[in-house]
Design a protein around this ligand. Structure first.
Ligand code: PLP
Length: 216
């Protein structure tokens, strides 16, 4: 399936430089990523460590790679040399591991803490209390920088609910000084997310078409 450059340009116009667009390319071939790269896109998001490592080898070094999936501690080492931003950090243990691998690479890795905002039980993420605990504990870690928060709203047609969840995340985000990235909004809900103050959206299917095999 061809990539949708028209949708890409439309989204960029809508964002009007108020938010960074992360092109979510999981399961898609490198030729598709290259097409967006040639159109000027530099931020790409991937969910699987092996896939990210493979693509990083094949594509231009100027790409900023975002890891947006659920990261297992034992795999941090594979992406630590080059990853630009890790979106889904949901435990202090994972943060400690990222810190350790970042130190080995002489880097400070930017991370976002994932907050559980959806009503669905299955989503990963911290609640407000856990967030506050991780923020306190992380003060000792020198090789990670917590740049902000990330969240996923419920997969629901109820726009009022989705908006409420984004508002909740925005209000948590505002409680911490020093945050600069609020990553919220996907293909189905990015307009609401923008209205609620997102400054980083993660768009997959609108740009690359539907994914042929399930991927979270
Ligand atoms: C897959 C994925 C996206 C993109 O989803 P689309 O609905 O295809 O835009 C965004 N964020 C995360 C965390 C994802 O896993």
């Amino acid at each position: 399936m061809a990539v949708n450059i028209e949708a890409y340009n439309k989204i960029l116009t809508e964002l009007n430089s108020k938010a960074t667009l992360v092109a979510v390319s999981k399961t898609k071939p490198v030729t598709d990523l290259q097409e967006f790269y040639d159109s000027g896109q530099r931020d790409f998001g991937e969910n699987y460590v092996q896939e990210l490592v493979d693509k990083e080898l094949l594509l231009p070094k100027a790409i900023r790679w975002h890891f947006i999936g659920h990261l297992q501690s034992n795999k941090v080492k594979y992406i630590a040399p080059f990853v630009y931003l890790i979106h889904g950090v949901d435990s202090f243990n994972l943060l400690k591991e990222i810190n350790k691998e970042a130190a080995k690479n002489n880097r400070v890795i930017d991370c976002l803490l994932q907050v559980h905002i959806a009503k669905e039980e299955t989503k990963f993420g911290l609640d407000a209390t856990e967030l506050s605990e991780v923020m306190k504990e992380s003060a000792t870690l020198k090789n990670v920088h917590i740049a902000g928060l990330m969240g996923m709203a419920s997969f629901s047609d109820d726009r009022t609910l989705v908006r409420k969840e984004f508002t909740e995340l925005r209000s948590l985000y505002n409680q911490y000084s020093g945050f600069s990235i609020l990553s919220m909004g996907m293909s189905g809900d990015y307009t609401i997310a923008m209205e609620e103050g997102s400054n980083m959206i993660r768009i997959g299917s609108l740009l690359f078409g539907e994914r042929l095999y399930p991927a979270k």
